[in-house]
Design a protein around this ligand. Structure first.
Ligand SMILES: Cc1cc2nc3c(=O)[nH]c(=O)nc-3n(C[C@H](O)[C@H](O)[C@H](O)COP(=O)(O)O)c2cc1C
Length: 155
């Protein structure tokens, strides 16, 4: 069975709630879903996975949550072989942080693309100034994402 790994970067748990919310939708499409808050480069290079979904908030001033910090910096410094990786991004942020809105998700997207990963769909940016319940916009987005993922062959 195809496995999707969801890597969650969170400070207050909102991103975890989003991951738990989308999990049944992915399962309904025939996927096994594994949620982790302990991301590693090995997850990204794991060729047995159908895809990776990053669900990550931004903290500080455009910074990663502590559980994503080391992962991102290792990836940035050492690189990874990601030509087989299909991934999606859900970023949680707050537009009142204007200049750094959803920066962690943007940085993660950039580094995955730099090492050859293929992003599926547009990143979803969930603005907490607009959505009290972050799971609501994720519900609409995830159905389109999994359809696109399952239709995309890696060259
Ligand atoms: C101290 C602090 C700093 C934040 N900095 C940013 C930021 O730079 N950019 C942004 O888009 N959101 C920022 N946010 C908003 C969070 O990303 C947003 O509330 C998000 O929904 C939290 O998700 P989480 O519960 O998964 O951590 C910040 C929030 C706090 C409390």
């Amino acid at each position: 069975m195809a496995t999707i790994k969801i890597l969650v970067g969170t400070v207050y748990g909102g991103s975890r709630d989003v991951a738990e919310h989308v999990k049944p939708e992915l399962e309904a499409k025939g996927c096994r879903v594994d949620i982790s808050e302990d991301p590693s480069i090995a997850d990204l290079e794991n060729k047995t996975l159908e895809g990776i979904l990053i669900v990550c908030s931004t903290t500080g001033s455009g910074d990663f949550p502590p559980n994503f910090d080391k992962f991102y910096h290792q990836l940035q410094e050492n690189g990874a072989a990601l030509s087989q990786l299909k991934y999606g991004i859900i970023s949680l942020g707050d537009s009142s942080y204007d200049e750094t809105f959803c920066d962690a998700g943007k940085k993660m997207d950039a580094v995955l693309a730099e090492y050859g990963g293929q992003r599926i769909g547009r990143p979803l940016e969930i603005d907490s100034a607009e959505h009290f319940d972050a799971t609501e916009p994720a519900g609409d987005w995830i159905g389109r994402w999994i359809d696109q993922l399952q239709q995309t062959e890696i060259a």
